[in-house]
Design a protein around this ligand. Structure first.
Ligand SMILES: Cc1cc2nc3c(=O)[nH]c(=O)nc-3n(C[C@H](O)[C@H](O)[C@H](O)COP(=O)(O)OP(=O)(O)OC[C@H]3O[C@@H](n4cnc5c(N)ncnc54)[C@H](O)[C@@H]3O)c2cc1C
Length: 441
């Protein structure tokens, strides 16, 4: 009997420390734009490095990693509880060494990289000495990787890359771009036509056309990147030829769950602010929190958050158990589908209860609502993940050739008759007696 909803007290102490540290030390930095200039900027060195040193002292650096990669080997459940705290503030994952997209990129380099690739990129990424971007989506194809057009052709001992990618988050400050490109356009399996490459951003022919901004979330961080005859050496390929799709799934599997963990933190923050407002703001008949319609919004938000949080923790537990994202595909997809709606609804309730202040840039709710839409699109839109959930569920069912499935109850009765023939006779007698006694009335 191993169901347990308790956090071990020693770890809880660490989580309490994280909450206070993030609120007092990290959140103020986000309000003055620290981090925008990249890891090599003077302001980053001055403001972020000392905080990272404190995190390392506390033994909380890069908790998503196993000890051989410099992490704590905590596993996904502990990571989920930590990410709930880090998710409250945008810069916090950077301070704790577990920020996207570097976490996912480092994960595939750790799994599939050669020794040279690890020396060049993995260790500097894990130490946050450099950052990276994942350059997969294209203007002509996002949800459907079979529409990607960027080509990598082998000329002598070099790959020559041509094409356009957009929404390469963080490309602006990245040292290396993880690029999806078609290498084998005629392969009979369409999922084996693409390979992945590690492309230094300073490679001639790599050009950031612009940095696209998203909603109300400040300056553009989504790189629109053009590759024109960008040449990389033969050994710049990451993993086997034709394996980009497989590597991408490994990378995105973990990334989607980590986004969900951090979204729990965002939702909790919105709910806390909502409750604070409800007990602080009064109108002529009492506090906002005394009105039933406000209470309904608070209760609905709490219930949605609890459902979602348990779902996320359960997926984290499943990943720890199976140690294989593929075995947990259905549940990861289900969490991905649930996330945007829960996030949207709670942020919208919090925004609404704050009135005009709620839509202003003095509160975080507009950014949260925008982010909720991003969560429904980035890493694959909701519809695609719903298809995964349904397909995974349906594969455990076989067609019933005997009877139409709606004849389920007669079938069960037939089984009962066969299994409990004596009982059926007794019941018939009982009912006959009862009918006689009713007749006698
Ligand atoms: C903030 C942000 C950051 C991002 N960061 C990165 C990044 O770092 N690297 C990267 O490579 N990409 C990144 N992306 C891109 C992201 O992966 C794509 O936006 C996503 O895969 C969807 O592709 P698309 O935008 O081309 O939408 P489309 O593929 O054009 O889909 C548009 C809509 O069509 C519908 N649709 C599509 N397919 C189906 C289907 N099979 N069934 C039913 N309906 C469907 C859905 O409603 C979907 O929302 C980011 C996106 C955002 C918004």
């Amino acid at each position: 009997m191993a169901w347990d909803f308790e956090t071990d007290p020693e770890y809880q102490k660490k989580l309490d420390w994280v909450q206070e540290f993030v609120e007092n030390e990290v959140e103020p930095l986000t309000q003055i734009g620290v981090g925008m200039g990249g890891v090599k900027s003077k302001t980053y060195q001055k403001a972020v490095r000392p905080l990272q040193a404190k995190v390392k002292e506390m033994g909380l650096w890069a908790c998503h990693l196993t000890p051989d990669l410099g992490g704590q080997g905590y596993g996904q459940v502990k990571l989920a509880l930590l990410n709930e705290k880090l998710g409250r503030v945008g810069l916090a994952p950077v301070v704790f060494g577990c920020q996207a997209p570097d976490t996912g990129n480092a994960e595939i380099i750790a799994h599939y990289g050669t020794k040279e690739q690890k020396d060049k990129y993995l260790w500097p990424l894990l130490n946050n000495e450099i950052t990276s971007a994942f350059s997969m989506s294209e203007p002509t194809g996002g949800s459907d990787p079979l529409f990607f057009k960027t080509r990598a052709e082998l000329h002598g001992d070099e790959w020559v890359i041509n094409g356009e990618k957009w929404f390469s988050t963080g490309a602006r400050n990245a040292e290396v771009l993880v690029v999806y490109a078609v290498t084998d356009p005629d392969h009979k399996d369409p999922y084996k036509r693409m390979s992945m490459f590690l492309v230094p951003k300073k490679t001639p022919g790599v050009e950031i056309l612009r940095n696209v901004g998203v909603g109300g979330m400040g300056g553009g961080n989504e790189g629109y990147v053009r590759y024109t005859n960008a040449k990389v050496p033969f050994d710049a390929m990451l993993g086997p030829r034709g394996a980009a799709f497989e590597l991408g799934q490994v990378r995105l599997g973990g990334g989607r769950v980590h986004h969900a963990m951090r979204t729990v933190g965002q939702c909790q923050k919105a709910l806390d602010l909502m409750c604070q407002r409800a007990v602080s703001r009064s109108t002529r008949d009492g506090r906002l929190g005394d009105y039933q319609m406000v209470q309904e919004q608070i209760a609905d938000s709490y219930i949605q958050l609890q459902q979602f949080r348990l779902m996320v923790l359960h997926v984290a537990w499943l990943i720890d158990k199976h140690k294989d994202y593929k075995k947990v595909r259905k549940d990861i997809a289900a969490v991905k589908v649930a996330m945007p709606k829960v996030y949207h609804d709670i942020a919208a309730n919090a925004l609404h209860i704050h009135g005009a202040l709620g839509v202003s840039n003095e509160m975080p709710f507009m950014g949260m609502v925008t982010s909720s839409f991003v969560m429904g699109i980035a890493d694959g839109p909701t519809e695609v993940h719903k298809i995964t959930v349904a397909k995974q569920l349906l594969k455990d069912f076989r067609p019933d050739n005997d009877l139409f499935p709606s004849y389920h109850l007669p079938k069960v009765r037939e089984r009962a008759r066969q299994k409990h023939a004596d009982l059926v006779e007794e019941l018939k007698a009982e009912w006959a007696n009862r009918a006689r006694s009713i007749d006698a009335l």
